[in-house]
Design a protein around this ligand. Structure first.
Ligand SMILES: *Cc1c(COP(=O)(O)O)cnc(C)c1O
Length: 302
């Protein structure tokens, strides 16, 4: 795990508001920072349970799939990925995420979208056990109590100077960890990357404080959906700050925070900490789609 640091954002905002970004993306060049955090105690638990195989679920460009393949290999586990979409089986070479996972030893099982929906049912899990033998099951997106425990290590003592902590939300594990390790006077704001109201309940399962809020206005139409405005924002932000953002999670969150500053959401003198959870491995896959649609591509390195 590479060291993480807080980087001040060199953009000036009105009312003495400042932005700082915690570079969890630097934990690993290809594995999302928060996925590393979420796997840490799950891998320890898998060893406690004497399992040598990890099985998990994900979509075609999943940061989680890439992370399980990589971290599993590093720690000597076999890994199996149940991938949503049975048309992907012969497209591994064209898909940077699946290619990376395969190169790191992950074995795939491609399932139809209908079957994928059954993934948390006992019958489906039993079938997988018959096929692959025993395994340690890491849930889709990696969220469970062990994942939350890992994410409680994101904030440190020095971060108490910030009165707002903002992060992107997928399944709610990361924000739950942030909430649990935050100080009472801090407010944790989550920016869901997908549509839907179920996240509040998910977070309440794990969160031990109520100093948090979800801001649901910046999903850009749903999970994985992006538009020209977001692409241009991410590219301009990179130009100005040299901080690369991913289009699925952190790009939408940072867009939201800066938009809210413009709308006077934050009181004067607010010190805002953005959590850069990573996700940059997905940029290549997204750029392939953007080129097909003749849209400008994301520029996240020089
Ligand atoms: C998975 C992911 C998230 C969402 O984390 P959850 O714990 O599922 O809410 C945020 N950012 C990035 C880059 C991710 O890969």
């Amino acid at each position: 795990m590479n060291p993480v640091f807080n980087q001040p954002i060199n953009i000036s905002f009105p009312d003495d508001i400042s932005l700082t970004i915690k570079r969890e993306d630097l934990i690993h060049p290809f594995v999302s920072g928060n996925k590393f955090r979420k796997l840490k105690y799950n891998l320890i638990q898998a060893k406690v349970e004497n399992q040598d195989t990890l099985l998990t679920f994900g979509g075609a460009f999943s940061n989680h799939i890439a992370a399980v393949a990589y971290a599993g290999k590093e720690q000597g586990f076999k890994t199996i990925g149940i991938i949503r979409g049975d048309e992907l089986g012969d497209k591994i070479e064209e898909n940077p995420t699946l290619k990376f996972a395969q190169e790191n030893g992950m074995q795939f099982e491609f399932v139809s979208r209908e079957d994928y929906r059954l993934k948390s049912e006992n019958k489906f899990i039993e079938k997988l056990k018959n096929k692959f033998g025993d395994f340690y099951l890491v849930p889709e997106g990696g969220t469970n109590e062990f994942a939350v425990k890992g994410c409680e290590e994101i904030l440190t003592q020095e971060d108490v100077v910030f009165n707002y902590v903002c992060c992107a939300v997928g399944t709610g594990g990361t924000i739950s960890g942030l909430i649990n390790s935050s100080a009472e006077n801090q407010k944790i704001l989550g920016f869901p990357a997908l549509k839907g109201d179920f996240l509040q309940d998910e977070i309440r399962i794990f969160a031990k404080q109520d100093n948090w809020n979800l801001i649901s206005d910046y999903h850009f139409g749903g999970y994985g959906k992006i538009n020209l405005e977001l692409i241009e924002f991410i590219n301009a932000f990179f130009e100005k700050t040299k901080v690369p953002l991913d289009p699925i999670y952190t790009g939408k969150m940072v867009f939201g925070v800066i938009d809210l500053i413009g709308k006077k959401y934050f009181p004067a003198h607010s010190k805002i900490l953005l959590i850069h959870t990573g996700g940059l491995q997905g940029v290549d896959g997204m750029n392939m789609k953007l080129m097909q649609k003749k849209l400008p591509i994301l520029k996240t390195n020089d």
